[in-house]
Write a protein that binds this ligand. Sequence first.
Ligand code: AMP
Length: 411
Amino acid sequence: MSNSSRVLVLNCGSSSLKFAVIDPLSGTLELTGIGEALEQNEPTVSWKIGGEKKTSPLPANSGHREVIHFLVNNILRECPNLRDHLVAIGHRVVHGGEKFSHSVLVDDAVIHTIRECVALAPLHNPAALQGIEAARSAFPYLPQVAVFDTAFHQSMPRHAYIYALPYELYRDHGIRRYGMHGTSHRFVTERAAELLNLPVNEVNIISAHLGNGASVTAVHNGHSVDTSMGLTPLEGLVMGTRSGDVDPGLLMHLGARLDYGLKEINDLLNKKSGLLGISELSNDCRTLEQAAAEGHDGAQLALDIFCYRLAKYIASYHGVLPQVDALVFTGGIGENSSLVRGKVLSHLGGLGYVLDEARNGRARFGEDGPISTEQSAVTLVIPTNEEWVIARDAAGLVPPTSPNGDPSSRE
Ligand code: AMP
């Protein structure tokens, strides 16, 4: 990899495609953009390059393929300095099942296996496959690399990932806990090791990724040993619109007593619960903080429950790990909400956590550092950077014989 190497990172959601061109050595974002409202009436693509923002409509019902086409034929055509230095394409893939514990170069067998995991991520894996197929035909000369959200958690021991259900459900249908946000937890682990001056394979942390989706992971010697998300991203913490852990008996109660069907239960738990459901106001932490400060009881309750439930997970992971070198906050809420961080630590005094108010107030806007006092159990804020991990993995997997972005070897 040379200093001028660049990686195109693609993150395909069910109705959106985020893209970025990144310098894998420094993590510098050269180009970022998003195609939105895909396969709907008025899809658009927006991008930012050199501080300049642009937006363009796409034809009605455009999908992932059309966004990639626009990226190649419009955006990158005007930026040959980026296009000609692309050495690889990195794809975020949500679910790799038990097949992938690391990022891999995409070939037909990998595509087949990602397809086999569609049942585990029915909204996300098909979108990733569309992105991979479109990128393969748009950039046939570039290696494609798949980076899995589940991969980091493949190191979990059986006692952490098997549900207490009939074992045949695992054996015959792969029903187990997989965990998500692995790319973020991995980034945070590596960065925490740097900040703590420890080798990655000796670092023990509890990593709390708190965004619209949220999960917390126990990391032992650099490896995930437990995490709060399970078979799906619904398990675990309270999230923006997701309930997190509930009594499974609730599902029967909703069906038998309140006449809910499966789709309604799915909508209830995934889209109408969490911060939004409790507050009856918003899933957005900023809105809730402001409303709570103005006396909105629902907003206050939602924040209280969010922090309390997270603190319980953190406390339980102290029982999982032989020692904890640091508790780390990341994600939109973890990086920015001094209120949430302070509230969570206020539950954890018994475990030696003491907030440093001044440090906590200063820690935001993309900087990492401690928010606890010198005497406290160490607590850090580390802005996550999943795109950079994807870019690094992709660049690291470029075969030595690859054309390495040499434009003369194209098409
Ligand atoms: P993410 O999914 O990682 O983009 O995080 C989204 C969440 O971060 C939303 O709930 C936002 O309200 C929250 N967030 C972003 N900035 C702030 C902030 N300055 N204070 C509190 N919450 C924030």
